[in-house]
Design a protein around this ligand. Structure first.
Ligand code: F6P
Length: 543
């Protein structure tokens, strides 16, 4: 019997009894101060901490009581979250607007598992591609894959954007400690020519590998950059033959890869059931695989898988992605928080917040439910952040004394990958100090109201022993499933991204207008017509 692909209850969320109970509960405890909540329960920190596979998450500095979590987990149950999780892992077509399964969790299933989806074993498919990609990565790393002058390759340029860039670029930085010497990666994404130009100026045409990463292989930015890189290489090599040696593709679209001129033998595939922003652990991670090697990439996948298992099996009360997702709903929908900060106290995680921006905002930045109805509640927050301690000397003022509630995740590690001097203890002293100050604040000395710290600013602390590939996999999967939890409860399809389409269509219409000869009639609004006119008059100077 065909299953309902979307087990989200159809009734409007805000009219459900659990939502109304949460509204009443918020009225009752919403202004309770963390000072009082801690004073009332000496065991609070222990009670509200969860550890999963070495990742400790302390939720106690959030503005919740035991009853809050009971009500929130009740809401998750009423919304069918458990069934929705099963539907995703099983391969039901839960991406209803694109009529696809959502199976990034299959990308990290161990080789000895089987998952039959619509008649075929996706685990076997995943490991077949993984083995090919690993083989290629090994060849490049060992100097066995040669450029057009028979020199080994020493530089990788990944050309992609969005999910075909942010994940590998983030992980490349995050895993700097395990990358080893001798191979550099650059990540080119922007259609602004400054991006590719700055990279091409620094790389050697004899020893550079271009990895063109694009799920669709139709993305304007990626294809424009890839054509520029290809022309640059052919010009310097004096022959098209260099492309066969020094261009590979990662895509689901073999036809377009061939049309671009890349031999399908040099293409690594994946499947339409992997969303772009959920794809860093597919062949989209090829540049990363080359940089860190197959063994470390396997550890990364194991971290993802450990969090998948936790998400699938832990009771909601001890389930990290579920709890983080529910806390986000508590702040977004009941406190009116508009943003969520992610503050890694690890310099290597500098690109993690940008990665999460796409993951969260492209997934849950929606105002129509999966059933096509307008939502009557706020959905995904603005996600932002930078590594500590830099932010402390920039915008933390607002976090401590501003008028807005900004829930924040603080991510830290017991050991540094770059030990030396006092750096790490001083970094972590700041890490602990910030969440303490935000939660508990400090009264102002008499006559100095500007020195008042009201406190009661909620944070979640995530601690692991060290930033390893395994831990990075856990963290990414944690946030993937947090986003899924929220999308399920809000009734969204977290796996499409129709909101990016209109801008693409309009840009396609405007591009020829910018270059047309004469004085073309422009059919936009008054502002856009005038701006395009101004650009046309000035562009010859800048061309
Ligand atoms: O425009 C948004 C988007 O479709 C993202 O969802 C995706 O990650 C990105 O563009 C890149 O797409 P592709 O991998 O197909 O080039």
């Amino acid at each position: 019997m065909a299953r309902d692909p979307s087990p989200i209850p159809p009734e409007e969320l805000t009219t459900t009894p659990p939502w109304q109970a949460l509204t009443a509960h918020h009225r009752a405890i919403g202004s309770a101060h963390l000072r009082d909540l801690f004073a009332a329960d000496p065991e609070r920190a222990q009670r509200l901490s969860v550890e999963a596979d070495g990742l400790l998450v302390d939720l106690s500095k959030n503005r919740v009581t035991h009853d809050t979590l009971t009500l929130l987990t009740g809401l998750a149950r009423q919304r069918g979250l458990a069934e929705h999780i099963e539907a995703m892992f099983r391969g039901d077509r839960i991406n209803v607007t694109e009529d696809r399964p959502v199976l990034h969790t299959a990308l990290r299933l161990p080789r000895d598992r089987r998952l039959i989806v619509e008649g075929s074993d996706v685990v076997a498919d995943v490991h077949r591609v993984l083995e090919r990609a690993y083989g290629f990565a090994r060849d490049v790393r060992r100097g066995n894959w040669l450029g057009h002058t028979d020199r080994p390759l020493s530089t990788v340029v990944n050309i992609g954007i969005g999910g075909s860039d942010l994940g590998p670029a983030m992980a490349y930085d995050a895993l700097a400690a395990v990358r080893g010497e001798g191979l550099d990666c650059h990540f080119v994404s922007n259609i602004d020519g400054a991006d590719i130009a700055s990279v091409l100026a620094r790389v050697d045409p004899e020893t550079t590998l271009f990895v063109v990463s694009s799920k669709t292989f139709t993305t304007l930015e990626t294809l424009t950059n890839a054509h520029t890189a290809r022309a640059w290489l052919v010009e310097r090599a004096g022959s098209e033959r260099a492309v066969a040696r020094q261009f590979v593709a990662v895509s689901t679209n073999a036809d377009e890869v061939v049309r671009f001129g890349i031999d399908p033998a040099n293409m690594f595939g994946f499947w339409d059931w992997v969303g772009g922003r959920y794809s860093m652990d597919s062949a989209i991670g090829l540049s990363l695989m080359i940089a860190i090697g197959p063994e470390r990439f396997t550890e990364l996948l194991a971290g993802f898988h450990a969090m998948d298992e936790h998400f699938r099996t832990a009771p909601f009360e001890r389930n990290l992605p579920v709890l983080l997702g529910l806390l986000g709903i508590w702040y977004t929908n009941f406190f009116g928080a508009e943003t969520h900060a992610v503050l890694p106290y690890a310099h290597e995680l500098g690109r993690f917040p940008a990665y999460l921006q796409q993951l969260d905002m492209e997934s849950n930045g929606k105002s129509v439910t999966a059933a096509g109805l307008p939502v009557a509640h706020a959905t995904g927050p603005v996600v932002w952040g930078t590594p500590g301690t830099n932010g402390q000397h920039a915008y933390f003022q607002l976090l401590h004394q501003g008028t807005r509630l900004v829930p924040a995740d603080f991510i830290g590690f017991a050991r540094s990958n770059f030990p030396g001097g006092d750096h790490h203890d001083l970094l972590m002293a700041n890490f602990f100090a910030q969440t303490e100050a935000l939660a508990f604040g400090q009264d102002a000395p008499a006559g100095q109201p500007y020195r008042s710290f009201a406190g009661n600013r909620p944070t979640t602390t995530l601690l692991a022993e060290r930033l390893t590939p395994f831990v990075l996999g856990q963290l990414v999967a944690l946030y993937e499933h947090k986003v899924f939890t929220q999308g399920s409860i809000w009734g969204l399809n977290s796996f499409d991204q129709w909101g990016v389409e209109l801008g693409k269509v309009l840009a396609g219409r405007i591009a020829p207008e910018l270059r047309a000869a004469g004085d073309p009639a422009l059919g936009h609004d008054g502002s856009t017509n005038r701006l395009i006119g101004w650009y046309r008059r000035h562009r010859s100077d800048t061309a």
